[in-house]
Design a protein. Structure first.
Length: 130
């Protein structure tokens, strides 16, 4: 069952108060990719990336597996603290050392996609400050 939008927004607002997380925004090519790709395709990309890079019990290069740019999902992962298993444990209380459940994967995808949705909406606003 998908996480209610209001609860996701509250979680994202809490994470965004952390100075490191607050500095991440979609800009330039990453914002354009998110706008042009569309939500359904981005959701599929997110599922694929999470399945490969985050869902295993011990992901390859855990803690260093998520680039800082190159795809909107990568930026979103850092902004939402879904970039590695340590951040997932600290910020989302999803334990390390075991494979993510289907529900946990769906939650992570919902968090990332909601953050991207909010960034795209902010990018479309006429008074956005970079």
């Amino acid at each position: 069952m998908p996480e209610p939008t209001a609860r996701l927004d509250q979680r994202l607002d809490t994470i965004a108060r952390h100075p490191f997380r607050a500095k991440f925004h979609l800009r330039g090519r990453d914002l354009a990719t998110a706008e042009l790709t569309g939500p359904a395709t981005l959701r599929r990309h997110t599922y694929d990336l999470i399945a490969k890079r985050l869902a295993p019990a011990e992901p390859y290069k855990d803690g260093r597996q998520t680039p800082y740019r190159g795809h909107p999902v990568f930026v979103a992962q850092h902004a939402t603290a879904t970039c590695c298993r340590s951040c997932l444990q600290r910020w989302h209380r999803i334990p390390k050392g075991r494979q993510l459940t289907r529900a946990e994967r769906a939650y992570v995808v919902d968090v990332i996609c909601r953050w991207i949705e909010r960034e795209v909406a902010a990018g479309e606003a006429p008074a956005r400050h970079l």
